[in-house]
Design a protein around this ligand. Structure first.
Ligand SMILES: [Zn+2]
Length: 64
């Protein structure tokens, strides 16, 4: 089984993800952070991960 975010080996502590980072990214997807992977290139995925984490941190609280 591999991480659905980055395809690395799953860590039992964070399954089905490989790390808390990827778990957070998946959470970000559910929160509507607009996460998208532009390509399957690992560097592009890394870039998308960084952008997602940044968006999560900068995301302002907003009412319903
Ligand atoms: Zn991962």
């Amino acid at each position: 089984m591999s991480c659905p975010i980055c395809q690395k080996a799953t860590d039992t502590n964070y399954r089905p993800f490989c790390s808390k980072r990827c778990a957070d990214i998946d959470l970000g997807k559910w929160l509507g952070a607009g996460y998208s992977v532009p390509s399957t290139d690992p560097e592009d995925i890394e870039e998308a991960i960084e952008q997602t984490l940044r968006a999560l941190q900068e995301r302002p609280e907003r009412p319903n």
